[in-house]
Design a protein around this ligand. Sequence first.
Ligand code: FES
Ligand code: FE2
Length: 463
Amino acid sequence: MDTPTPDFAKTPLSDEDLGKPLTYSTEAFLSRDYAKDEADLLWSKVWQMAGRLEDIQAAGDFITYEIGGESVIILRRDADTIKAFYNVCPHRGRQLISVPKDQNGVRGNIKKRFICGFHGWNFDLDGKNCYVLDPQDWQGALTEERTSLSPVKVDFWGGFIYVTLDPHSEPLKDYLGQAGDILAPFEFEKMRYKWRQWVIYPANWKTSLEAFMEPYHVAGTHSQLLKYGNYYAYSKPYGLHGVSGFDERDASLRKEGGTSNTRAGIGADARISTYQLARENYETVNRSSTTLTLVNAAKRLVDELPEGTPSSEVIKHWLASARADDAARGVIWPTITPQQMSEAGLAWSLFPNQSILQGVTSALCYRSRPYGDDPDKCIFEAYALERFPEGEEPKTEWVYAEATAEKWGSVLAQDFANMEFVQNGMKSRGFRGPLPNPHQEQKITNFHRQRAKYMRRGAPRLL
Ligand code: FES
Ligand SMILES: [Fe+2]
């Protein structure tokens, strides 16, 4: 009998195909078997963002990262070395660091040794066993290989820590590819958490993540924002990853740099509309997606510039004065050329589950992960990064926050009000499968194209 050909192999979609009408099956969102297979075929293969370096600054600091039934310990061994190990004792398999189910990972410091709580085996900061009670009972079988912690590959980019459970994976730099280069000028490594929140949310991790992959939903979901800005968007793939940015329906109206978050609002007077847009974003997206410096500098535009200043001049003046304000308080902006700004667009999805909406000195980020093998639940996180004057970085921890406007701001609450009902709606016999927008939702279709390669099934197909 012939081995069935995986469907992705029959229809390998090109980048160009993503611009055409297509669909894909809902199995990836709804099936428990699919969720189980993701642990083996996807989560054990990809590079994934596991945390931020700022959480492990001192020697001995560690965090744990949980994914697909696995837990990984990421440890700062000393100033120059970071190590990662599977969070399991080689004796009888106790988690070395206990990770309670209601906690978003564990953070701590190990002075010299990990000590297993069950029979007291010890491990040094290189993961090597350094104490066993009654080793003679094993009659010489306790080799270093058998008693050391199992290592995990770890690397860094932009202040983020990445791990992969695949010892044969390509280097992180190659995995990030062009996306890593295009985002490098934003210097995320110089930003720090401003706030970070998580929730166990009733939708698949992909359903949740996709609610933040495209601005096409702004008109339908965040209609209050249409008073301040246009939200027509492009989106496109960069290998595994993808970007979206603001666009014009009429291509002749495209402006340099106009794809990013620092843009003029709509309205005849750009001095006023720019302020209104920046303020609205800041106030309703949980004090993120822009900075207070930018909002305050925008507020002064009407006093500092004459009526009738063209919008390109308004933006130039706005950015220059915000840059000077920040410099005065010790926050130095990175150098990002208008071309780099344009190419970087508005927001990125780094495969599989990292989402970054970047600004010159800030970023609004999302991550979602499966919740066990339940396809109807996920661990959803949002966090804001920002550049702070040295010594003024806030101390933050993961805060569990129910999905309400009070806890997350009115814009994220509007997104939460969809995700759960997308998950429910997709189960309907009356649903024929998604019809993603070929121009504005390519980030999503590219995600599914890439996801299907790992999963060997469920690839998008042209209509
Ligand atoms: S399980 Fe760790 S020492 Fe026994
Ligand atoms: Fe949204």
